[in-house]
Design a protein around this ligand. Structure first.
Ligand code: ADP
Ligand code: ZN
Length: 518
């Protein structure tokens, strides 16, 4: 390791050792290379550009989107003896003059700027007359047009970095799925080989995902393991948080509701109770999250499907900040999927955006339906990886797999024969040969696929359909009534008939005890 870097780590920051990939990144950039750094919030990204900026000759330029954030960083650095400053439009004229003088004289280690500031010709001209040690672009996902935080001012940074072509450039972010990642790398012309992705694993958190069968019974069973502990139960709607909270109160739990519809005082009071309480359960919508730093949250349950894998990761990540074993449970059902899909379809967003939201939902379903280690699937979404973890439900209770090729063929041909417009429940009824008026009315009791699926029960067929949807063999008509049709991948499957292993639904948790005893 570069000895100057280690020295700075100790004297300036007061840390004994680099954490995770920090050492590799710092060394890589000191050597003059570009870097893309993807690490979760709190992972320690700042050091990764600050130390090389100090070690390398010249001034480090840091692009940051928020004035307040910049001010905090600059104050902290100055207190540690680093010559840092922020160039922004708030400066008084004389302050600005003094700062320009410092910049020109080469007295600064680090200069923070807003992306808008870099659009100004006088600023660029000044910077071009100097030696830069590196250019670090913080919150780099802001340049992705498909991310949630897109900032047009970030788009022109490609031209800026191109003007300083010999200067190492770094892009740093905590949120980037595969397409966003690719966009950042391409836009800033950073090589795939310069990407550092790590630190997403939270080994003390256990992951479990179950089909939503009887959510109250499932939640009650889960909570039994955590009597006397604090945790969070996430719900999709405001109404549901209140219903679940009062139901839990009835069971004797100290449960509180939290959602954006409550008045500010009530919300803050509940947050305080949770923050300082001993065994408080917060039943909340996603509105609850920002700024919670309770270290001993022992469990997080999702009784409705979260919005995306990122949301799931963030929300479950509120458990176990103290590093002690913590537990999570996510329940999901077809209705959730349909509802989430409707949100997407009915939003005002442009088509491309909707397509991306749809992909995110698919990725989440893929996580829910996987037979692999949950942690592996979760981390691979962020580009990070691990061995099978032994601390998730699929590791400890491996799902039973079966050869699902025939079942998939039956399901797909049944969808085809019924005209690719009926929903899951109907298709399952036809597969099972159910006698009902609707099927008779459409004459589907006369078709070849009527009753060809009697080897599986209703529950198994629903699980099979969900997996085929997660595999994108089947498309769900979201604008309409959830009619199923065969997607291109499903057509490929029917043509090529490759082997296909599917998972059997696990018995519902509430009934599991009985099964084990009998
Ligand atoms: P990020 O920008 O990735 O959210 P920060 O750079 O703000 O994270 O770092 C998060 C916290 O971790 C800070 O309090 C920081 O001082 C601390 N930290 C960073 N690197 C180390 C390290 N090597 N050893 C100990 N603490 C560290
Ligand atoms: Zn696992």
């Amino acid at each position: 390791m570069n000895s100057a870097a280690l020295e700075i780590l100790k004297t300036v920051y007061g840390y004994d050792a680099f954490r995770g990939p920090q050492a590799r990144i710092v060394e890589h950039v000191i050597a003059g290379n570009n870097a893309f750094v993807l690490m979760p919030t709190g992972g320690g990204k700042s050091l990764c550009y600050q130390i090389p900026a100090i070690v390398r000759p010249g001034m480090g330029l840091v692009v940051s989107p928020l004035l307040a954030l910049m001010a905090d960083q600059v104050t902290a650095l100055r207190q540690a003896g680093v010559k840092a400053a922020a160039l922004n439009s708030d400066l008084e004229l004389d302050q600005r003059r003094a700062l320009w003088r410092d910049i020109r004289s080469g007295a600064l280690d680090l200069l923070y700027v807003a992306p808008e500031t870099l659009a100004r010709p006088d600023v660029l001209e000044l910077l071009e007359s100097l030696q830069l040690s590196l250019i670090a672009i913080d919150e780099a996902h802001c340049l992705s047009q498909w991310g949630h935080d897109f900032r047009p001012s970030y788009r022109q940074l490609d031209a800026v970095v191109a003007r300083f072509s010999g200067v190492p450039r770094m892009a740093l972010t905590a949120t980037a799925d595969e397409p966003t990642r690719e966009e950042i790398l391409a836009h800033l012309d950073i090589d795939e080989a310069d990407a550092f992705i790590a630190g997403f694993d939270r080994p003390n958190i256990r992951y479990a995902i179950e089909e939503k069968d009887n959510p109250r019974a499932q939640l009650k069973e889960f909570l039994k393991r955590y009597e006397g502990e604090s945790g969070i139960v996430y719900c999709l709607s405001k109404r549901r948080t209140e219903e679940i909270a009062s139901w839990l109160q009835g069971l004797g739990y100290d449960a509180l509701a939290y959602h954006a519809g409550m008045d500010k005082a009530a919300r803050e009071a509940n947050q305080m109770r949770f923050q300082h309480g001993e065994a408080v359960i917060m039943v909340a919508t996603v509105a609850f999250g920002m700024g919670i730093d309770k270290p001993d949250v022992r469990f997080v349950a999702h009784v409705d499907l979260p919005g995306s894998i990122e949301a799931y990761y963030q929300e479950t990540g509120r458990a176990g900040r103290d590093g002690l074993p913590s537990d999570t449970l996510m329940l999901y059902g077809s209705e959730d999927v349909a509802l989430r899909s409707r949100f997407i379809e009915e939003s005002e967003a442009p088509d491309q955006r909707k397509r991306m939201e749809r992909q995110k939902l698919d990725a989440l379903l893929g996580l829910a339906e996987t037979a692999r280690c949950r942690r592996q699937v979760l981390l691979s979404y962020f580009g990070d990886h691990c061995e099978p973890c032994g601390n998730c439900d699929t590791c400890t209770e491996p799902p039973k797999l079966f050869d699902g090729a025939i079942a998939a063929q039956k399901a797909l041909s049944c969808i085809y024969r019924t005209g690719e417009r009926f929903g899951q429940a109907y298709v399952v009824d036809v597969l099972l040969g159910a006698e009902n008026d609707r099927i008779a009315q459409f004459g589907h009791d006369k078709i070849s696929t009527f009753g060809i699926g009697k080897e599986h029960d209703n529950r198994t067929w629903r699980a099979i359909l969900r997996q085929l949807i997660a595999l994108r063999f089947i498309e769900v008509d979201l604008a309409g009534h959830g009619g199923l049709s065969i997607a291109p991948a499903g057509r490929d499957f029917l043509r090529e008939k490759p082997p296909l292993m599917l998972r059997l639904p696990s018995p519902p948790r509430a009934r599991r005890g009985k099964v084990a005893r009998s």
